[in-house]
Design a protein around this ligand. Structure first.
Ligand code: ARG
Length: 281
């Protein structure tokens, strides 16, 4: 029974960007409403608590300097995709975020990551690219474009499984699906096509469906290390589901950051295992 599976945590390194300039000044997803006030101090506090929660689980957090005028940079997951030290820097769909690409590219080059390539096609990094073992799940449709899938597969030399996203509220793959470990994924089926659901069912022996309500509180925007799962506190049913499967839910408050259309996972970009450092760093 899955409850008895001993869950093993793998220490990771993550990149985060402080929400120093976080704001909702434009609307590029259905959650953003510039008329709703953002309490930046509260966002900063919630981000700090998220960072502490991640570090408290034994993971390393590295920081990239926030850039004035780029209010969405706190959602660092979108900056790039990093696999085995290779970096594919994001190419953003919207002009409002396009300035982030050079900031992330500079950070990776400065840290000695090689190779570092700017994506040719629209590609919003780990927001749309989630690893499950050797496979990369690639969401496309709202942000990342379908043509990016082939570029990702070529660059990383990994199998890439394209998943079309169909609900604008779940515009990035990491808002609709979370990889808990190599064989376990949780998702909200309504965000995918029938073909996508079939692909997921074929790949994952343990495919957990969560309800729309929990998906709406970004319950799927979760960070799993294989054992602990950091997720928004509001996603209570998801937390119970995870606990019933032997995972340890770690609830955090991220409702202020949710005004930008994201949750915990959006704020972290995985750099690799905690022990693996880029060759030339
Ligand atoms: N306001 C940001 C955008 O619309 C939110 C990004 C959320 N990031 C994520 N990985 N889902 O681009």
């Amino acid at each position: 029974m899955s409850e008895r599976i001993p869950r093993r945590a793998r220490p990771r390194r993550f990149l985060m960007c402080p929400p120093t300039y976080f704001a909702v000044e434009y609307a590029i997803n259905p959650w953003m409403d510039p008329a709703v006030p953002v309490h930046r101090a509260r966002a900063v506090r919630q981000w700090g608590e998220l960072r502490s929660a991640v570090e408290g689980l034994g993971h390393c957090v590295e920081l990239i300097d926030p850039v004035p005028g780029l209010p969405d940079m706190v959602f660092a997951a979108n900056g790039a995709t990093v696999i085995d030290g290779r970096v594919l820097v994001a190419s953003f769909r919207h002009a409002e975020r396009s300035g982030e690409s050079s900031a992330f590219e500079r950070w990776f080059r400065g840290r000695g990551y090689r190779p570092v390539l700017a994506a040719e096609h629209v590609n919003e990094g780990e927001g749309d690219h989630l690893r499950a073992g050797r496979t990369v799940l690639a969401g496309y449709g709202f942000r990342t474009e379908r043509a990016a899938t082939a570029e990702t597969a070529r660059y990383f030399g990994r199998p890439v499984v394209g998943l079309r996203l169909v609900d604008p509220r779940f515009y990035h793959l990491d808002t609709a699906l979370a990889v808990l470990d190599e064989r376990t994924v949780m998702f909200w089926p309504g965000a995918f096509t029938a073909t996508g659901r079939r692909r997921l069912a074929a790949l994952f022996p343990d495919l957990l469906a969560v309800g729309e309500g929990d998906a709406e509180c970004f319950g799927l925007n979760a960070i799993s290390d294989g054992r602990h799962v950091v997720l928004p506190a509001a996603a209570e049913r998801t937390a119970r589901l995870l606990a019933s499967r032997g995972f340890e839910p770690v609830p955090v408050e991220t409702d202020e950051l949710a005004k930008g259309g994201g949750g915990p996972k959006c704020c972290v970009l995985e750099l690799g295992a905690a022990t693996v450092l880029p060759a030339a760093a």
